[in-house]
Design a protein around this ligand. Structure first.
Ligand SMILES: *Cc1c(COP(=O)(O)O)cnc(C)c1O
Ligand code: SF4
Length: 408
């Protein structure tokens, strides 16, 4: 008997709606020339960064947002590229893009378990700007600047320099450490955002890294393809492809972030042979909903991006209003595995507070496990048994009971 799994018509309709690719419209910037708009330096120069500018674009700014914008300079700078700003629905106070980008006064509420360095990066730093937590790979902080700033950023202590951390990486010192540490075979460039460097500066850095024989794998963690797709020029792609194997991990949290411009930029990177992954942060009111998350993950596949991680939001100071429960995260994961393409299902992780690194979290599919069997359940809740055996031979199935396959 065959049965077709039930599709909820309502969910399917909403899912399809969320998955549409739209160009980001120019809105308040409609008089800007095509040339300026498509110029990434113009986009950076014209970021929305002050309360006055915010008020011009969003007439119904709430009290919490107004006060938040006043305090941003002393916490984490507000800066939003016109491209990304235009994804905000100014009529909707709960807009998921708005929640990620606009400072709120709640950022000044801090709990005793919140920290300014929640992943303990500074404690695992052999030289400034390098985090060596795992045996064979390092995180290489390139800059303290991003194209726009996410209110939940785990590196708020240093990005944008609002807290006066004064991060000034000395690339030579970082490179020397990697060169003299043969265990490091994987370098992850992040920050801040490495793609803010000029092509020449980035080429220079990648050349230095590629000249180290034990560096096998290089990846760049960047939110620029989403914040500033104009930066993904053919010249940049041509330069990057000289350094293979080079991977890029992008960061998208909501399906609306994947516009036609973003898809085209990702496509240029993929055409340059760069494997693309995505890291999302689970955020309250942004993507803590199964349909929204599924739409994001499926839309990423359409952009040739393989979802890699969903992070539980780190315990950064003043982020309680953006954090959602681990229980919710597990419920979402439960609704993904088996229910959609395996490639679309990322690993849900908690970056262990204080510096334990990424710990995978998953719904429990193993109901019991003893010396002779493991009892499992599938995505539909059906229960199955698998015979356990230390040496790989099923205990309850002696070899002479196995029938030869019939060849036809
Ligand atoms: C996430 C991270 C890495 C990369 O880890 P993967 O498991 O390879 O994704 C490396 N170093 C640090 C400090 C990190 O936070
Ligand atoms: S792009 Fe990344 S590093 Fe920059 S503010 Fe956002 S989360 Fe932080």
């Amino acid at each position: 008997m065959s049965s077709t799994p039930d599709l909820e018509p309502q969910e399917t309709e909403l899912l399809q709606k969320l998955k549409v690719f739209r160009p980001s419209d120019r809105a308040a910037w409609s008089s800007v020339s095509e040339e300026d708009w498509n110029n990434w330096r113009w986009q950076l120069k014209n970021r929305v960064g002050s309360l006055e500018q915010l008020k011009q674009h969003i007439p119904n700014l709430s009290h919490e947002e107004t006060e938040g914008a006043r305090l941003a300079e002393t916490k984490l700078v507000m800066a939003i590229t016109p491209h990304f700003f235009n994804l905000i629905d100014s009529e909707d106070p709960a807009c998921p893009i708005r929640r990620q980008m606009l400072p709120r006064i709640e950022e000044t509420d801090t709990a005793s378990w919140e920290m300014d360095d929640p992943c303990g990066e500074d404690d695992h730093s052999p030289v400034p700007g390098l985090v060596h937590r795992y045996p064979d790979r390092v995180l290489f902080l390139v800059t303290d600047r991003c194209a726009a700033y996410c209110r939940y950023c785990t590196r708020s202590r240093l990005v944008s320099n609002a807290l006066g951390y004064d991060f000034r990486p000395n690339f030579q010192e970082q490179i020397d450490y990697i060169r003299s540490t043969p265990a490091v075979r994987d370098v992850l460039l992040s920050g801040g955002d490495a793609l803010l460097l000029s092509d020449d500066k980035l080429r220079h850095l990648l050349t230095e890294l590629r000249n180290i024989p034990h560096v096998e794998f290089i990846r760049i963690g960047s939110r620029i393809p989403v914040f500033l797709p104009q930066r993904i020029t053919p010249e940049l792609c041509n330069m990057l492809k000289e350094f293979h194997p080079l991977f890029i991990s992008v960061h998208a949290n909501h399906p609306r972030e994947l516009t036609t411009e973003v898809r085209d930029g990702l496509s240029r990177l993929a055409d340059a042979g760069i494997p693309l992954g995505n890291q999302s942060v689970l955020l309250k009111g942004v993507n803590d909903d199964t349909t929204v998350m599924k739409a994001l993950l499926q839309k990423l596949l359409m952009c040739r991006v393989r979802p890699l991680y969903i992070y539980q939001c780190d315990l950064i100071n003043g982020s309680a209003h953006l954090r959602t429960s681990v229980r919710r995260g597990l419920e979402i994961m439960e609704q993904l595995r088996g229910h959609t393409t395996g490639y679309a299902v990322p690993q849900y992780v908690i970056d262990a507070p204080g510096g334990g690194g990424k710990v995978p979290i998953a719904p429990n599919y193993v109901l019991s496990h003893n010396a002779d069997r493991v009892v499992i359940r599938n995505f539909e809740g059906k229960v199955f048994e698998y015979p356990e055996a230390a040496d790989g031979t099923p205990l309850h199935c002696p070899p002479d009971s196995i029938e030869e396959p019939q060849l036809v």
